[in-house]
Design a binder for this molecule. Structure first.
Ligand code: KIV
Ligand code: ZN
Length: 535
């Protein structure tokens, strides 16, 4: 049997929490990363790349916490070919025991060797071998990535692969770092590596691919690689990642499943019914909105507007639908909650949605639920998820919104009056409450300007998105905002309310609080990145 027709299990290596998080403005806090990791575990991916431990204390802590909590899935930490990186990755994934993996990378292409590293081929091989051996001293499961692999001379790439396998690498990942590859060529490259290296054929080492989407070909390139010997694909939920992103997990998995006739024999362990839930969670946690027409998980992915299509679907679904929406987890809340639902019903629903919350958290969500239950007839799962995720994304509230009043209209200069509280001061006799008013270009602008005056910050809104969380005129509006507070870093804020001006003010205040809270952490992250020695 040829390698194309045997029964092959494709490992899904999810890098949403590492490469995905490298997307500007997508950075997540520890609790957000943990919720994503729990969802990836329900999705049943094979490997979670949880972060780049040496880069900051926050990344280290996140990898360590995920490695302690998530069981039965391999947890990887990224490292450059530098002892300090490798040791930090080993320490961070230690709680995963035998399920820990160190992923070491070093650039190999001519352009990187000559212009970035200033090193000759033999020196690159020496460093790669040294890095893999050091990682192997900590753990059995070691992955090596020749960065910019798709632009590396094939003969040299083969030498690198042979050397790192001999040094102990069990997975060799070929990255298309800059999204340069095209499917036929990339498939042929993987076929050449597979054909030249006996360890790939015997299964002693696995070929992996990691494709970026600069030309929109990440999924096509990954699938071409699978047909030519790759047995692990690296991907992210919603395709988020550096620049144009990485190969999208849901597109890869659903292509192999839907076109099993063509990808015959290739299977993976993903529970596809968890795909939509994973997409929503990652979108909320990362603040990266999914485009409506995105394949599989976009709002329009299964919406048929033309009469001819609707007629066909009613007669036989398969006339215009190649996948069953329920197979990827599209569906409605069977029994929406109402304001009459009790704490126990809410707790059951939270569990059903997959959130692990302690008693205090359930109580906090229940009180928010009561507030919106008074304002809208039905509380859907999506509403509840927005509330929970709002709770998770909270950072210590340096400021909280106490009062908001706006006046606007087509013949009025919009004005907002805002009162903020510093929650710490609640305990003191002289509760600190500050109030101010501002004019603006609209009610949202006026409210945000008033917040700037009160908090003495000056944020520039770089992106603003509002979406209805569920159906109906009374639906919760969820605002995601990206703000630059002058240091070039984008801070994401989120807020939800049935009143969109209030949702906007909450989202902006969430960004202000994150900026004030995260300033030190971000400085640390930058300083550490600069300090880390280049290989
Ligand atoms: O794109 C890339 O080359 C990477 C490596 C670290 C695998 O992300
Ligand atoms: Zn990458």
């Amino acid at each position: 049997m040829s390698k194309k027709t045997q029964n092959h299990r494709i490992r899904i290596f999810d890098t949403t929490l590492r490469d995905g998080e490298q997307c500007p403005g997508a950075s997540m806090n520890l609790r957000e990363k943990l919720e994503v990791a729990r969802q990836l575990s329900r999705l049943k991916v094979d490997v979670i790349e949880a972060g780049f431990p040496v880069i900051s204390d926050g990344d280290f802590e996140a990898v360590r916490t995920i490695a302690s909590e998530i069981k039965g899935i391999t947890i990887a930490g990224l490292a450059r070919c530098v002892s300090r990186d490798i040791d930090a990755a080993a320490e961070a994934v230690k709680p995963a025991g035998k399920k820990g993996r160190i992923h070491v990378f070093l650039a190999t292409s001519k352009i990187h060797r000559e212009h970035k590293l200033g090193k000759a081929e033999d020196e690159i091989i020496r460093l790669a071998v040294q890095g893999v051996k050091r990682a192997k001293g900590h753990l059995d499961d070691v992955e090596f990535s020749p960065e910019d692999g798709s632009r590396t001379e094939p003969d040299f790439l083969i030498r690198v692969c042979q050397a790192v396998i001999a040094a102990g690498a069990t997975t060799v990942n070929i990255p298309d770092t800059v999204g340069w590859a095209v499917p036929d060529e990339f498939g042929a490259l993987i076929g050449q590596l597979y054909g030249s290296i006996p360890e790939f054929q015997s299964g002693k080492a696995v070929i992996s691919v990691h494709c970026h989407n600069d030309l929109g070909l990440a999924v096509a390139n990954s699938l071409a690689a699978v047909r030519n010997g790759a047995r692990q694909v690296e991907c992210t939920v919603n395709g988020i990642g550096e620049r144009a992103g990485n190969a999208s997990l849901e597109e890869l998995v659903m292509t192999m499943k839907t076109r099993a006739d063509f990808y015959s024999g290739f299977t993976c362990g993903v529970n596809t019914k968890e795909i939509v839930k994973s997409s929503r969670l990652v979108s909320r946690m990362s603040g990266l909105v999914v485009q409506r027409s995105k394949a599989i998980v976009g709002e329009n992915a299964f919406a048929h507007s033309s009469g001819i299509h609707q007629d066909g679907i009613l007669k036989k679904r398969e006339t215009y639908e190649i996948m069953d929406p329920q197979d990827v987890g599209w569906g409605k809340t069977e029994l929406p909650l109402t304001k009459h639902s009790g704490r126990a019903a809410v707790a059951v629903r939270l569990k059903h949605l997959g959130f692990k919350m302690n008693d205090d958290e359930v109580t906090a969500i229940f009180s928010k639920f009561k507030e919106i239950g008074d304002k809208k007839k039905f509380v859907y799962d999506e509403d509840l998820s927005a509330l929970i995720e709002g709770q998770i994304t909270e950072v210590p509230e340096t400021w909280s919104l106490d009062y908001l009043s706006v006046s606007s209209g087509n013949h009025t200069i919009p004005t907002a009056t805002v009162r903020l509280k510093r929650p710490d001061s609640k305990k003191s006799k002289n509760d600190e409450e500050l109030q101010d008013a501002s004019l603006g270009d609209g009610p949202v602008d006026a409210a945000l300007k008033a917040i700037d005056r009160l908090t003495k910050t000056r944020g520039r809104v770089k992106d603003y998105n509002i979406r209805s969380v569920s159906e109906g005129k009374d639906a919760l509006g969820e605002v995601t905002i990206k703000v630059d507070f002058g240091d070039g870093a984008l801070v994401t804020g989120k807020g939800a309310s049935t009143d969109v001006i209030e949702a906007s003010a909450k989202a902006y205040l969430n960004a202000v609080n994150r900026h004030l809270y995260g300033g030190d952490a971000r400085q640390g992250k930058k300083a550490k990145t600069r300090r880390a020695a280049q290989p």
